[in-house]
Design a binder for this molecule. Structure first.
Ligand code: GLU
Length: 420
């Protein structure tokens, strides 16, 4: 649990809010309250100094009623089963909302990747993958990158999995993970896809709200893959980045921060701290910065009852999963803040993961224009469905987003029935 708040409890509360307004049958509610499978593995790894260390890894498979389990793998010291369970459930609703033929899962290893060498991270990844064994597979459960993992991690996972296969199935296992590097079966556009989805969802909402990008300011929390790409692409729309915060520090500049220059800086230094073109500020000053759009793109439970009263914005676009606690969300909604919820705003990543998986299945390589065009179309459709549902049910966007996803899950259960 992060800061004493059960993340899974947050996920269940969000889902139940929608289940109530749409009268979801009680048996489907009960099924979705329980993840299907929870796998815990403890495995020893050789360190560079000759010692061994045992790591704990998790994979929670929440639902596969709409297709194979799908979701990222996170390497972070706070990884625990409650957190992974919540993230797995969010993947079920995210994939259903985006109309992908996938269910939901999530995994992780309790490890701080910054404390280990590349060789150690490779051994951790390979040993974790081998411990998961047949619990993952290209038509069963398909991991992807998340916090603390990247294309390299995925390529190690794929290679380890492939080496456990017979000659007959080896070449059909490229799609066991997504988010791989291009040369190892990855897709064009996958790296920027989550940040791009954040930008597309925001752009679509701003059009509806008749907001002029040239008059719009924004701030970003987190400057990793999602935050940095989100900042660059929202910047390209014409919006002005006025504040940034990450694990190293915070920056503020009324005249605007160049997202591309900051991205280059962070690539070299590992964080926003010390960036010479903007003034440093405290975390409190960061949260108090008045903006039109606030993009939390770091981690869960970042906007809480403590800092919510400081926030002065119109729209919160959730690049991270679960960045706002239930209590903070309630207070912000009461103040008229609009949310573009995580399962919609950050779904660009898993949408392009789906394209990667399709390309692997068909031995194809799509060009970037094709990936971009498909992503835009699929995400705009999801945003339109959520806005329609929000108006029809007279609810906030998060509740509407769950309702759209839940309707697909409900239809599948109703038609398939429950075995036996
Ligand atoms: N980890 C990302 C997420 O939370 C991507 C998942 C995927 O591509 O499967 O949505």
């Amino acid at each position: 649990m992060s800061q004493g708040i059960s993340l899974y409890q947050t996920a269940v509360e969000q889902f139940e809010r929608a289940a109530n307004v749409m009268n979801l049958p009680p048996y489907i509610r009960e099924i979705l309250q329980h993840p299907k499978n929870e796998i815990v593995v403890n495995f020893p790894v050789l360190l560079d100094n000759g010692n061994y260390k045992v790591f704990s890894g998790y994979r929670v498979q929440h639902s596969n009623v709409l297709g194979p389990y799908k979701g990222g793998i996170r390497f972070h010291p706070s990884v625990n089963v409650d957190e992974v369970r919540a993230l797995a459930a969010w993947m079920t609703f995210k994939c259903a909302l985006a109309d992908l033929p996938f269910g939901g899962a999530k995994g992780g290893v309790a490890v701080d990747p910054r404390m280990f060498s590349r060789a150690e991270l490779m051994r951790i990844t390979r040993r974790f993958t081998s411990a998961l064994g047949a619990n993952i597979g290209p038509d069963h459960d398909i991991p992807a990158p998340d916090v603390g993992t990247n294309a390299q991690t995925m390529v190690w996972m794929m290679d380890t999995y492939m080496n456990s296969q017979s000659n007959a199935t080896r070449q059909s296992s490229w799609g066991v993970v997504t988010g791989k590097s291009l040369v190892c079966g990855g897709s064009e556009g996958r790296e920027k896809a989550t940040g791009q989805g954040v930008q597309i969802a925001l752009e679509q909402y701003m059009k509806e709200a008749k907001m002029d990008p040239a008059q719009t300011t924004f701030s970003i929390q987190g400057f990793g893959n999602v935050g940095s790409w989100g900042a660059v692409l929202i910047g390209e729309m014409g919006c002005r980045l006025v504040a940034v915060q990450d694990h190293t520090g915070a920056l503020k500049s009324e005249k605007g921060i160049d997202p591309k220059a900051l991205m280059e800086y962070v690539k070299n230094t590992g964080g926003v701290k010390g960036y010479p073109e903007a003034g440093a500020c405290t975390n409190e000053e960061y949260w108090k910065t008045k903006v039109d759009v606030l993009v939390p793109a770091a981690f869960e439970n970042q906007i809480t009852a403590e800092n919510a009263p400081w926030i002065d914005c119109r729209i919160i676009v959730e690049g991270a999963n679960g960045p706002v606690t239930t209590e903070a969300e309630r207070a912000l909604l009461a103040r008229g803040v609009t949310f573009i919820p995580d399962i919609l705003a950050n779904s660009g990543g898993v949408i392009v993961s789906y394209y990667e998986w399709l390309q692997n299945k068909r031995s194809e390589h799509w060009d970037l224009d094709e990936v971009d065009a498909r992503l835009k179309k699929q995400l705009v459709r999801a945003v339109t469905n959520v806005r329609k549902e929000a108006k029809r049910l007279k609810v906030d966007n998060r509740t509407a987003a769950y309702a759209v996803g839940l309707r697909r899950i409900e239809a599948a259960y109703t038609e398939r029935g429950i075995f036996p």
